[in-house]
Write a protein that binds this ligand. Sequence first.
Ligand code: G3H
Ligand code: 13P
Ligand code: ZN
Length: 312
Amino acid sequence: MPLVTTTDMFKKAYAGGYAIGAFNVNNMEIVQGIAEAATELRSPVILQVSAGARKYAKHNYLIKLVEATLLESDIQIALHLDHGDGFEICKSCIDGGFTSVMIDGSKHSFEDNIKLTKQVVEYAHAHGVVVEGELGKLAGIEDDVNVAAEDAKFTKPDEVEEFIKRTGVDSLAIAIGTSHGAFKFHPGQEPKLRFDILEEIERRIPGFPIVLHGASSVSQEYVKIIQANGGQLKDAIGIPEEMLRQAAKSAVCKINIDSDLRLAMTAGIRQFMAEKKDEFDPRQYLTVGRQYVKDVVQHKIRYVLGSEGKDQ
Ligand code: G3H
Ligand code: 13P
Ligand code: ZN
């Protein structure tokens, strides 16, 4: 089956009260781990590529890895650009075979974000590609922000309708308290998501697919394995899975997960290398890393996203 866009996936996810996992891919083992997990559970999936992934693995390698997946699997797969920061990278991915792109204009003013997003939408739609935009800024705990400034970062519900109307985007990433990376909350701090903002957005744009970035849960099991096997990872805290499950049942149709894959793969490899100190064949430890990626993706599909068996 060829790559698909996210249009049909999101329509069904919205109506069915589940979400599609968007997993970041950077190399063959990650692509294989995700694809095997999703295929076994008959779940549609989004493979997403950041600018950093393109720099690391190169566009052509990533495209060919994903194309190889299509020969091995018959599930619905969309290939998405994660956090495109300008027209050129979006155009390059649209021309280069992606079926979905994100234009992240969230660092710009409202008007400039609209202008840039609209430009990408016009080009993408003319080429059969769908577009994710973003309104609001994801915070990180490293940011030195006071409460007032933090409030200003959340997506403003009264801007969303105008944004989607004037840009023509197909989905919208919003900021309700998630953040990128493995350190989302301070130890002792209670994780909190602004479901009130999500509900208000859903009320204003019913039926429109919402995207959550920065949605890794940061399994303490993996953190502990890394710490116990030579890793100097400081304590990391993510978004509780119950909150993501709740979000997946709402207008949130796409949930972005990268850090959880990194932690799983690193935990698997560190544990293996600690046990087999004389091993130097990359195939041995990468087999373990790939299996850990597969396990974490299966867990997400079953217990967070609710997308098992939704591939039809
Ligand atoms: O949102 C960011 C993703 O986790 C991608 O991270 O830019 O290091 O590839 P990256
Ligand atoms: P995490 O860092 O929480 O995995 O978020 C990934 C992401 O949002 C990719 O766009
Ligand atoms: Zn993101």
